[in-house]
Design a protein around this ligand. Sequence first.
Ligand code: ZN
Length: 278
Amino acid sequence: MKIAFNQATTLESSTLYDDLRYCEENGYDFIEIRIDKLKEYLIEHTVEELKQFFQNSHIKPLSFNAIEFFIFQPNTTFNLMKEDVRLVEAVGKEIGCDLVVVVPTFDIGDITWSAIKEETSKRLYECLTLTEASHFRFALEFVGYPHCSINTLDGAYEIVKEVNNSRVGLVVDCFHLYAMNSNLSLLGEIANEEIFLFHIDDAEDIPAGVIRDHQRVWPGDGVIDLERIIKLLQATGFDGPASIELFRPEYWELEPNECIKVGKEKTELVFSRLQLKA
Ligand code: ZN
């Protein structure tokens, strides 16, 4: 299974310019580019430079992360998010990337599940209409926090089924599966082509419903049954890549090159236990 790097892992310690270099040096296959890091990069660099980098490197762009909290927003706020969609669509066209992650909103109050589904579908359709010409794709990432409006695999999958468009799929993130006790056996029923991204990570030994992003640990160092998740995904025909995504302040203390190196080594160890080739 190929390995990707998600820039959240070096969120506070690095830049897109450096992450690209270090990931290439460490033999990564893909990178997930954070939209904030992309905007920062474009202050001093150009899209052409980014395009040239990918043309001359092994590493390729996998996705943009993320249009955050895109539901139950006032129209003006959502329209600004559409500007970000346009930005990544335009940059993606140049660098060969057609995928952006969308993250649901937290703390929406007493709103029914039916209303959440309706609102999410409506906003996703708007994104699809906006990008009709480019066929840009949208990966819905549920967040395993009790106060997130879509917080289980079951919920996210229900919405993807309802939208029923090949340009809308799922992000399967091991931490989020664990963090709200999602029904893992459902992974066996999801079609390979409906899984747009797979985030690999692990978690401290803290119960579901209480654990938070800063308690993510390197793949293999925590309590999540990664082997079961990977085997279930593989049974559907899904073959990666696995994208390393940590949000751990302790890892932001590391030199970015070291962090990027360790992440790959840890993931390869998990793969070797599963007799998977990286
Ligand atoms: Zn994730």
